[in-house]
Design a protein around this ligand. Structure first.
Ligand SMILES: *Cc1c(COP(=O)(O)O)cnc(C)c1O
Length: 449
């Protein structure tokens, strides 16, 4: 019935009304859309850092479409790689079969970890990669004759996804509240989030205090603990909390000492977001599991992967089927998505992205000085290509007001509560960066007025 409609309906209003009837949007109180409190933006197309709606308006995608887009929309190199693969093989089962894109991608990802994480297990979204790491970790201990080691430790303010398993190792009350009885709760220890240091405490002392709390838990309960899971350097959805690499060094040493796995969830921070290709590199450590998604395909297609070590792999290698890792997803290792990921890795090398980002980050931080020095801004912080700041305001509707005011100025920013952050694609030119910085201050003043 609605088939021909797509061609006749061309205005924002048409798509908006149809979407609100038929599409249940994620992470959204749908009534706010109907009330007009939260605008729904129908996107007709994307080009570079810009999204265009059906009424001819444009929005600078300053959060990389939920932290996934690295090299802009409609990137010709990534599109060409997918198109080329599309004519060869769109998909094939990965149990009992293999294909070139998944082999090449696995080899390259392994090489990027110096060969220490040489075994790649794929899924389609970040939460599933985290679930895989959790299951593999506990199953590893079971295969090693320690079936009691099945509990997990996470940090306060952590976010690892929204399936029941990943909510259990997350600490964002807003997303968990309704599902408490359905979950298996992890042990939560103090986050090294530098903002939480006491006024009299140095940053180093605070990092040590957080590590000491982790040590106390591991010392007491390591016989029941399978793994510690962390978002290295920046805790994302919990409010862009940043912390010192030294915490990761301490965590790595403690995990070794107490025979507990370290899971690095780099779904947000991976692929150059914190300045290095992987965030854990800044602590000169390697995790036992590395979870990747989001930027893995530059935000083109859903793909995620959990990488792990020879030691973990060996624990499952046996004649008995039940000692194997019997986990699967229908689209595991999809060839199109793997090609998008390979094209993404090529761009990192060919365009010297990490170097380019370093220069851009310095300049953009300068451009954000008026925001950093704004009287209502607290804890302006930056790491690599992430900028965040907290707004000191009593307005309960600040988040929505800022979001609307930014959109009105062609800027797409989506605060987490009263935390405003920037996670732009790695392709902004000087004019776009200047526009973004300038309009963000204007939107802030308007939202606070
Ligand atoms: C987004 C995210 C996830 C979940 O990934 P999905 O693809 O949304 O399931 C897990 N961990 C972190 C750190 C994330 O940012």
């Amino acid at each position: 019935m609605a088939k021909g409609k797509s061609f006749t309906m061309t205005s924002n209003a048409d798509w908006l009304n149809r979407s609100l009837k038929a599409v249940w949007h994620p992470c959204t109180q749908m009534k706010w859309h109907d009330d007009g409190a939260l605008p729904l933006v129908p996107v007709a197309r994307g080009q570079g850092a810009w999204l265009y709606d059906f009424d001819g308006r444009r929005y600078l995608d300053a959060i990389g479409s939920w932290w996934v887009n690295l090299f802009g929309h409609a990137n010709p190199r990534i599109s060409a790689a997918i198109r080329d693969q599309l004519d060869r093989l769109e998909h094939v089962i990965l149990a009992g079969f293999t294909h070139a894109p998944v082999v090449e991608l696995s080899e390259r990802l392994s090489a990027l970890t110096g060969g220490t994480l040489g075994h790649c297990f794929y899924a389609s979204d970040g939460s599933s990669a985290v679930e895989i790491a959790l299951k593999m970790s506990a199953h590893y201990w079971r295969n090693h004759g320690q079936p009691d080691k099945h509990r997990f430790v996470c940090l306060t303010g952590s976010y690892h996804g929204e399936t029941l398993g990943t909510l259990g190792v997350s600490d964002v009350e807003l997303y968990k509240e309704a599902y408490g009885p359905l979950m298996r709760h992890a042990i939560t220890v103090q986050s090294p989030d530098i903002r939480q240091a006491k006024p009299w405490e140095s940053a180093a002392d605070f990092t040590h205090r957080a590590a000491a709390e982790l040590e106390a838990v591991l010392k007491l309960q390591h016989e029941q603990i399978s793994a510690l899971i962390v978002e290295p350097l920046v805790q994302g959805a919990g409010g862009m909390a940043m912390y010192d690499p030294e915490y990761l060094q301490r965590a790595r040493a403690l995990c070794d000492q107490y025979r507990v796995h370290l899971i690095a969830d780099e779904i947000m921070v991976g692929f150059g977001r914190t300045g290095t290709l992987f965030a854990h590199e800044q602590a000169s450590i390697r995790p036992d599991f590395l979870c990747l998604s989001k930027g893995l395909t530059s935000g083109y297609l859903p793909l995620s992967v959990a990488l792990t070590t020879d030691a973990v792999y060996a624990a499952f290698y046996d004649d008995a089927v039940t000692r194997g890792f019997l986990h699967s997803h229908s689209f595991t290792g999809n060839p199109l998505a793997c090609r998008a990921a390979l094209a993404t890795l090529d761009i990192f090398v060919e365009d010297h992205i990490l170097d380019r980002n370093r220069t851009f980050a310095e300049q953009f931080t300068e451009l954000l000085a008026p925001l950093a020095n704004h009287p209502c801004v607290r804890h302006f912080r930056q790491r690599g290509m992430i900028w965040a700041l907290d707004i000191d305001t009593d307005r309960p509707d600040f988040r929505l007001r800022f979001y609307r005011e930014a959109l009105a100025r062609e800027i797409f920013l989506r605060p987490l509560g009263t935390t405003v952050y920037f996670m732009p694609p790695y392709i902004l030119d000087n004019d776009e960066a200047a526009l973004l910085a300038e309009q963000a201050v204007a939107a802030l003043n308007a939202a606070l007025a």
